[in-house]
Each structure stands twice: as structure tokens, then as C-alpha cells.
Write a new protein. Sequence first.
Length: 274
Amino acid sequence: MSSLMTRALSAFVGLSLIFTLNYFFQGTGLYALCSVIFLIMAHECGTLSFTNSRHFTFLIPVHAAFFTAFYFQPDTNLVFAAVLTEIILWMWVHRKKTITTLDFYLNHGKLYEFLFYSLIAPTFILAHLVAAPHYQSLFFLFFVVAAFDTLSYFWGKTFGGKVFKSKLYPVSSPSKTIEGALFAALTCIPLTLALDSHFSAYSFLHKFDSIYLKVLLTFIILIAALTGDLTESVIKRNANIKDSGKLLPGHGGFFDRLDGLLFASIISYILIQF
């Protein structure tokens, strides 16, 4: 009960901050908040990817510079320049490291993992705030992903294991069930369509007329969100870490809360730009 209260209080404080910034500063305030969150999340991602913080902390200021520049020039193509800059910087910083060839290539592979989760994917969330027609579209997407996550937990606890004997992804997420994900999708899709009919201007579906296409696109968004969640679980399992951070009491880290949104935001942004 104490854990549930802590989780609820943490969520209340976070949502209060979000709506306060939205009320007084609208997209600008939310962009600043998201940028700070993503910089914290970058440290969480780096901790999961690398064994030594010195391998990645010098890249976080480059993240900060890019997020600032992206606000004034919201072109997603710029993310490639940021990625290239950080790869070049990483290579030259490590030019004198006395590590084995295997360690070097393992760390190099971790670099791309780090860049995707802490720089590339967050850019598409920020793009909803500055480049999309309405920054409220991020609220719409966040609600859909959060509803799917909550419904997956509810249906999993209620019917998990009663239809399918195997787990959804036993390697890294033994508590997730096929029933939970399937029933959550079946309830979340009509919920999303209902929201789309009332808030179409903010929906990632608003440019599409066919109901069948809307169902398909919503399903793709949900699959992307679920995949993001499962992928983060794999990374944490490999790092032997339960929570990505400790700044969100009862929720784990920011990476834990945003893993599904990171994947879904890429699809959502593409759909908004059609």
C-alpha cells in the first residue's frame, strides 16, 4: 500500500508540473521540461549501456546543445548531424584507451544503443512539441501509450495464463502475458478511435479517413510501444538492473516510464507529417 501511495504521489506531482508548465508556458515550457528529462534519461541509458560513466558523460552536453538548437530549428534531419558529431567525438576521446579489441568493439556497439535511446528517439518526442501542427498531439500519444500499459497490466493480472500457456517475452519480461497485451490492444484500439473522434486535431490518426486504416495504424503504434517496453527490459536484464533510475519514487527511472513512448513517438510523428 505504501508503494502504491508513493507511486500515486509521484505521478500527481509530475502531472501537476506538466499541466502548470502547459498552462503558463504552453509548448515552450513542456519542451524545456522534456529536454531536462531526456538529459537525465541519457545518464540512465548510459549507466545501463556502459560499465564506466566516463565512457558517455562527456556526450551529454552535446545532447543538451542539440536539444536547444532543435527548438529553434526543428528539423529531424539535424539529428544525423548530432549523431555523427558524437560518434566522431567518442572515437577521438577513446583514441589512447588501453583496452582490448573486443572491449573496444563492445563499447562501440553500446554507443549506438546509447545514441538511439538518449538522442535519436527523444528527438521525435520533442518534434511533437515544436514541429507538429499541435503540441497537444504529444498528450494524445502519451495517453494512448499509458492506457495500453495500464490495460496490459490489468488484463494480465485478470486473465494471464488462462488462455495461452507461454509468456509474452519470457527472456526478459516473465511477468508479461500474451492475454494482457492482446486484450489491452482490443480495448485500447476502440478507446483510441473514440478519442480520435472527439480530439481529431490532436490525434496521430486525424489525416486518415478509413476506419480500417485507423485501426491498423493504432495497432502499429501499440506494437511499437510494447516493443519499446520489451527492449528496455532486455537492456536492464543484460545490465542486471531492476530500475533505470531512482528519481521517480515508485516508478523507477525516466527510461522505465518513457520506453514505450520513445518507440511510439517515431511512428506517431511520421503519421502526423503525412
